[in-house]
Design a protein. Structure first.
Length: 236
């Protein structure tokens, strides 16, 4: 039986099919295109290429954020719909943890991050220990300047991983200097097969209980809530 892994939480669209410790096949693109019109055709293409039928899937794993609000929703909606239709479990995994796997086997603190605009990032700190990823600094939405201050206090090497490295490269190097380890470009793109690997340490979730991990409200929703508070206050 096989696992289908889906990641549309950022610009990267990644789909992989694995079984036990074997990657049967995967497709990955890093394009600023609409995941909603490309995800299902990509899944269908991969399953045809590796000659696997939907009935052979035993579970679905999906990156549940943080990241692009739209991308996260597309991935979760697709994963939950497929899991419900096939009557198989679904597992949600942190998008940051999936990216952190690109730095596994390194002794340093592993710091994946995504640009959250206005100088802020979605980020966390991980270490690779005993064959699995362990979160040392909790996921957060924070100003990069404040995050670098926190990392500097760790007084250890930090491996930075991000598809948005160009936005913060100079800031990172200026603050952490030689403590900042920034690998080559291929390491900054999440691997869908790592999503399936990370899921081995997660519990299966009810299809209806799996929710996105945005780390913060979408800007539009936040503004709406603020407006509602003002109206309620004025009305009172």
């Amino acid at each position: 039986m096989y696992t289908l892994a889906i990641d549309t939480s950022n610009n990267v669209l990644g789909v992989a099919i694995t079984t036990k410790d074997v990657v049967i096949g995967q497709i990955s693109t890093n394009l600023k295109k609409n995941h909603s019109v490309r995800l299902m055709p990509t899944i269908d293409l991969l399953m045809k290429q590796v000659e696997i039928k939907p009935s052979q899937l035993e579970k679905i794993v999906v990156a549940k954020g943080p990241g692009s609000y739209t991308g996260v929703r597309i991935g979760l909606t697709t994963a939950k719909s497929l899991a419900w239709a096939l009557n198989i479990p679904v597992i949600g995994v942190s998008s940051l943890e999936v990216l952190a796997y690109q730095g596994r086997f390194h002794d340093a603190l592993i710091c994946p991050f995504f640009d959250a605009r206005r100088g802020t990032v979605y980020t966390a700190g991980y270490i690779w220990h005993d064959g699995k990823m362990s979160c040392q600094l909790d996921e957060t939405n924070i100003l990069m300047t404040d995050w670098l201050d926190i990392l500097l206090k760790e007084e250890k090497e930090v491996v930075f991983l991000s598809p948005d490295m160009n936005v913060f490269y100079e800031q990172i190097k200026d603050k952490l200097g030689m403590l900042a380890v920034i690998p080559e470009a291929p390491y900054h793109i999440a691997n869908a097969a790592h999503l399936a690997l990370a899921a081995t340490h997660y519990r299966e979730e009810s299809t209806h209980l799996l929710t996105p991990n945005y780390l913060r409200l979408a800007e539009a929703e936040a503004k709406w809530r603020q407006a509602q508070k003002r109206e309620n206050k004025h009305g009172g």
